[in-house]
Design a protein. Sequence first.
Length: 256
Amino acid sequence: MGHVILRVEKIHGSLSSLASVRNHNLPSRRHFLENREHPERQEMNQFWEYENKSLYEHGKELMKKYQEITGRKARKDAVCFIDILTTVSPELEEEVMKRPRTWFNKNKEWIKETFPTCQVCQISLEYDESTVHIHWRLAATDERGRLNARELCGNRKDYEERQQSYEDKMREIFPFIDERTKNSSRPKGQKRKHKSCRQFWKEEDERLQQEHELKKARLEAEIQNSKDRLQKQLHKEIESVFDDKPVRQRSNLLRY
């Protein structure tokens, strides 16, 4: 019955990246969203900023602290924040709306357990889009206070482990949710097998050739059926024209 969703995205410290995040959260800009399916829920949205500072102000402080620690100036497009999206599938939204506070607190517990050293700079709880979700925007710093998004995000294996831990956490309040790998095309822990370009195009050519032969055979069968049908119809018309006429002519000749 539905499943939980966890996504991670990097936010650069450039002014354009932070401005797009800001415009997404502004109430006056919410009506521009394409997936805003529940505008009547806009009043339920909640927005929180650490120390009442914007992401731009937090980003300037993080870059300044990075320069103090390393002695090097951070790049203007350095990754300053990690945007963690926690949400559910549409099948579970009704259950979330019954216990929104419990669901939020469980998400908060998981964030604290998974990222204990990261400062949460911004939280955006949004109800008016297609499904209810939360944006957790964390400072991309390591234990030493340096900007290190690579260490926080980790590799693909770390990401899968976090998805599994998030699912286990949400199962405490939604024990009936589907397993993350239930609809997966490969077993858990198995790596994807990639084909070479040569093998892919070879199989693609074979598939197209088979489709062409099937279409050709189908058309030939339709043409043959049409010929048979026309031939039968022609025979019927010929029989109807000459039916009983030879007998009448013969009888007329016998009179003379």
